[in-house]
Design a protein around this ligand. Structure first.
Ligand code: UD1
Length: 422
């Protein structure tokens, strides 16, 4: 299993290109199942999660060609011969559940393994299922699989209100509703940029959707969808992560493709902490205003609030802030597993329930640490770049799920970071 070795201490200066969003791409790819005509995604990120979705779609009979080094995904689902998403693939990645809505909508039936547990909390899929049931799906849970059939062979538009804001459940319902008979109204829908991107892509395929980006999305079902070419939206989490690099290490980094509207609440917190963000023609330029940043309090919330996927990285920054910060995690229970690892590097963090109190120290120190999940792994790399001495981050397969060419991108800005194959 590979590790990442970081020698900390230096400033970061340079330019980092931000890739297309993993989470958008993972919901756009299943959209191919809705049509017999080709769907091509450009600006796709090159990540192991995308390869897992490619494998899953392939197992159903979809063709997915990875072109231009993986940045273009040319997909076609004219020959779907299998309607069962197998446990062996689904267990690798929770987003696999997103094939359920499209398969059910197109062919009226699907069998999808329930995704397994996840390190950052229980993460049920009950609302995905409830939304599909509201659209006329008969569901049965058997042997760890959801067996789904559309009553009368086709889903029917319905009004459904999510009890909790859920990105995945909104996506599954939106995908399914495009081919349902009649109108679907999704209330308390998620408003994330990835949902807006999905709606734009579906509209290019011929779907009739209104209200994406607000909490009520209205979908007028159509009989068929066509092909389309769609560029994947910028990855706001990768963007936020690399914006934190100069904030933690000093120096100045320009994140190409960065947009404030993707990371508004996060930018407000960076500003409060004493980090300057300048909009340029090609992205966002970030640097620390003074020496140490100020402590700030952060609460994670659904978009447009502060994203839970940037909480671990923000904590890495606050570990060396002047003063005491409180981070509150409201989306996922058990999402502070990076805290004990940061403590190994000399951080002062007290976790109590859904809160973490971080008292800034002047310097972190290199140590051997372990990545526990995707965002936690990159928070350890950020902390390591600012620490004195060497840090070895093990279990970096988590990192490869969501960040492409991390060593290259940070190395180009002067970070001493290398992958050790073991
Ligand atoms: C997506 C993102 C993930 C991000 C999360 C929140 C992808 C592939 N992943 O995950 O990176 O951290 O949004 O921004 O896009 N819930 C239920 N029942 C359900 C579904 C969700 O109770 O059926 C709960 C979850 O346990 C959680 C909350 O709703 O507490 C939000 O989760 P959700 O938005 O669904 O996250 P994901 O779509 O899994």
């Amino acid at each position: 299993m590979d590790s990442i070795l970081v020698r900390g201490g230096g400033e970061l200066n340079g330019v980092i290109p931000i890739a297309g969003a993993k989470n958008a791409c993972l919901t756009l790819m299943p959209a191919t199942l809705l049509s017999e005509e080709p769907l091509t995604l450009t600006n796709a990120p090159r990540l192991s999660d995308i390869r897992t979705m490619t494998e899953l779609l392939g197992s159903l009979g979809a063709e997915v060609a990875s072109l231009q080094g993986g940045q273009v995904l040319a997909m076609s689902s004219h020959n779907i011969h299998n309607h069962t998403a197998d446990y062996d693939i689904v267990r690798k990645m929770r987003a696999s559940i997103l094939v359920l809505g499209p398969m059910l909508a197109r062919d009226g039936h699907a069998i999808v393994s329930l995704p397994g547990g996840c390190a950052i909390g229980a993460r049920p899929v009950d609302m995905h299922l409830q939304a599909l049931e509201a659209m006329g799906a008969d569901l049965e849970l058997r042997d760890g699989y959801v067996h789904a059939k559309a009553r009368g062979g086709r889903l029917t538009g319905a009004e459904f209100e999510f009890s909790v804001v859920s990105v995945g459940a909104t996506e599954n319902a939106l995908l399914a509703a495009t081919l349902a008979r009649g109108t679907t109204v999704l209330k308390n829908a998620a408003r994330e940029p990835e949902i807006v991107d999905l709606a734009q892509c579906l509209r290019r395929m011929g779907a009739q959707i209104e209200g994406e980006g607000t909490s009520t999305i209205t979908i007028q079902g159509v009989d068929r969808l066509g092909g389309a070419t769609h560029p994947v939206v910028t990855d706001r989490i990768e963007l936020g992560t690399y914006m934190l690099a100069p904030a933690i290490c000093g120096g100045e980094v320009e994140c190409l493709g960065g947009r404030i509207d993707l990371v508004g609440a996060f930018c407000e917190k960076l500003d409060e902490a004493g980090v300057s963000i300048e909009e340029t023609e090609r992205g966002l330029k970030v640097k620390r205003k003074n020496g140490r940043v100020n402590a700030v309090n952060v609460t994670t919330e659904p978009f447009p609030g502060f994203p839970t996927d940037l909480q671990a990285q923000m904590m890495a920054l606050l570990c060396t802030a002047n003063g005491t910060s409180v981070l509150e995690e409201r989306i996922f229970e058990n999402r502070f597993m990076h805290a004990p690892e940061l403590i190994r590097m000399g951080a002062q963090i007290d976790v109590h329930g859904g809160h973490a109190t971080v008292t800034g120290v002047e310097k972190l120190k290199g140590a051997r640490v372990m990545a526990t999940d995707l965002r936690a792994s990159v928070s350890l790399i950020l902390a390591a770049m600012a620490a004195e001495g060497e840090t070895v981050v093990s279990r970096v397969y988590h990192l490869d799920r969501g960040y492409e060419r991390v060593e290259e991108k940070l190395g180009a800005c002067g970070a001493h970071i290398e992958r050790i194959a073991t």
